[in-house]
Design a protein around this ligand. Structure first.
Ligand SMILES: Nc1ncnc2c1ncn2[C@@H]1O[C@H](COP(=O)(O)OP(=O)(O)OP(=O)(O)O)[C@@H](O)[C@H]1O
Length: 258
């Protein structure tokens, strides 16, 4: 895969995004290097999810651009020119990004294993045997090998979220995006999902994580990025951003969540 092995995984430059008259992102510059784990922090409405959705091209940006592995994912306005990638190219590039949301969105009529092998078979046209072999391995990796033939409704929320992580990994992404992956879970189930994410980080996966879990941000992230009203106002090692924030808005937010 050309350009996939070197250079930053994400290069976002001067990213602007509005919804009608609401300016949500006001010029985000962010570079994420290979193997880096970046936690996006900030008050509700500061633009964290919108930025993540722009990276995954679930939203288009109004100004600026985002490169993943040095390439545009879909259509972006780059220096005044609209560059449009063809749909098969978009699908191939998007498959490098795995995304895990607050909601697990598993297909209830399919078994856990079928949920995990669906995208590789449909999008990457893998044979069932290849997809199953990897799916079983990934379910074991997230601690759910014994649940492969269960249906999602028979699993706890934490288990369903771990299946959602395995499903994202089944596409062999180079980048994983997490949008508040534990916020819909009962408190006692949060730890098992964070453990899986911690293992993933330790394996060298490049990750961007929107979270209010300060323990994870402090101990697992390599960089903490604090957004306020659509701008990055603080960025650096977690112990600095979380432990000794310099900006008043960061202090005020952390004062409420810590
Ligand atoms: N599709 C949309 N249409 C209109 N407004 C939107 C849309 N998506 C997000 N917004 C608005 O953009 C702003 C930023 O939302 P976003 O979800 O990015 O914030 P956030 O920092 O992730 O907040 P939270 O922590 O509550 O999820 C909010 O005011 C939200 O209501």
């Amino acid at each position: 895969m050309s350009g996939a092995a070197t250079g930053p995984v994400i290069q976002a430059q001067d990213v602007h995004k509005s919804f009608g008259s609401l300016e949500v992102l006001k010029g985000i510059d962010l570079t994420v290097d290979r193997g880096e784990v970046v936690c996006l922090l900030g008050a509700s409405g500061s633009g964290k999810s919108t930025f993540l959705r722009c990276v995954n091209h679930l939203e288009t940006v109004d100004r600026g651009f985002i490169l993943v592995d040095g390439q545009l994912i879909g259509s972006d306005l780059v220096q005044g020119r609209l560059q449009q990638a063809r749909p098969p190219v978009v699908a191939e590039r998007k498959s490098r990004i795995g995304m895990v949301f607050q909601q697990f969105n598993l297909f209830g009529h399919m078994t856990v294993l079928e949920n995990v092998i669906l995208a590789p078979m449909r999008v990457k046209k893998e044979s069932r045997a290849v997809a199953v072999e990897r799916g079983v391995r990934l379910l074991e990796r997230v601690g759910l090998g014994a649940k492969r033939d269960s249906y999602p409704s028979h699993l706890s929320g934490g288990q369903q979220q771990r299946v959602a992580i395995a499903r994202a990994l089944a596409m062999e992404p180079t980048l994983m995006l997490f949008d508040e992956p534990t916020s819909a879970l009962d408190p006692e189930l949060v730890g098992e999902v964070l453990d899986v994410m911690r293992d993933l980080a330790a394996s060298g996966m490049t990750m961007v994580v929107v979270t209010h879990e300060m323990g994870f941000a402090r101990h697992v992230a390599s960089t903490a990025v604090f957004l306020s009203e659509g701008r990055i106002i603080e960025q650096g090692p977690p112990e600095k951003v979380i432990g000794a924030p310099t900006h008043e808005r960061t202090r005020s937010f952390l004062g409420k969540v810590l």
